[in-house]
Design a protein around this ligand. Structure first.
Ligand code: NDP
Length: 232
């Protein structure tokens, strides 16, 4: 049976690679969202070769009107897997004493509120699926157990989305749905940089395989890209 995945921030990096990975499976339809579909050159090329299995829709995750337009467009759809992937790391190297609080608010808006805003708006489409999977790409940098300094905005926005999604997982305990978070690895993207440990292909393949195997028993868990549990 055909299933549908919706991926945010799908025009580059890990999001784009997840689109490619799902398209390798003939039974998956992919909805790739991005801020500027007109400039999403690689996604548009994929549409041409996807036999109608890839649709590109506009989505700016901080903009309620944009999120509402998406949910209206998809009001009759069924979404089996939602991957909240869009994210920003806008305080790299920023230290205490020179914190830019506008950056911090923006990081929260994209990384924490974004996934919740999109999940809430698409909830009806997820309810129609059999065991819908609500996935958010978080980061090890949001793990409270890791000793670290700097990047207050990014770290706290990811810690907050971990808590928000874990809370949602408990709220949805009785529903035929599940929620999980992922650290995608340190990945060679614009965000991760060229020195990063793994390629976007490796990250996307690991995330795909892990999502595929998730069951209700995994509701509310935080995973690494390779399927291992990530400590909170
Ligand atoms: P990139 O910077 O390569 O891509 C980020 C994506 O998010 C782009 O598609 C970007 O769109 C999109 N995006 C940013 N802001 C918004 C917004 N307001 N609305 C909609 N889309 C937006 O990052 P990665 O692919 O590396 O990261 C993907 C996810 O993985 C992020 O959540 C990140 O925090 C997480 N992560 C990445 C790691 C890494 O090593 N790369 C490590 C740990 C976590 P646009 O092109 O329009 O800017």
């Amino acid at each position: 049976m055909t299933k549908t995945v919706l991926i945010t921030g799908a025009n580059r990096g890990i999001g784009l690679e997840l689109v490619k990975r799902y398209l390798q499976e003939a039974d998956w339809q992919v909805i790739a969202t991005c801020r500027q579909p007109e400039n999403a050159v690689e996604l548009k090329q994929l549409v041409a070769s996807s036999s109608n299995r890839l649709k590109i829709l506009p989505l700016e995750v901080t903009d309620s009107a944009s999120v509402l337009r998406l949910s209206n467009e998809l009001k009759d759809a069924t979404i089996d897997v939602l991957i909240n992937n869009a994210g920003i790391y806008n305080d790299k190297g920023q230290k205490f004493g020179a914190i830019n609080f506008d950056n911090w608010a923006e990081a929260f808006n994209v990384n924490t509120l974004g996934p919740m805003r999109v999940t809430e708006a698409l909830f009806d489409t997820l309810k129609r699926a059999k065991l819908a999977k609500i996935i958010t790409i978080s980061s090890q940098m949001g793990a409270l157990g890791r000793k670290a300094t700097g990047s207050f905005a990014y770290r706290s926005s990811k810690a907050a989305v971990n808590k928000a999604m874990q809370t949602l997982a408990y709220e949805l305990e009785q529903e035929d749905m599940m929620v999980a978070l992922f650290h995608p690895g340190w990945v060679q993207t614009d965000m991760g940089g060229s020195e990063a440990e793994i390629t976007p292909e490796e990250s996307a393949a690991g995330i795909f395989n892990t999502i595929d195997q998730l069951s209700k028993a995994d509701n509310g868990k935080f995973f690494k890209w390779n399927g291992e549990i990530h400590p909170w």
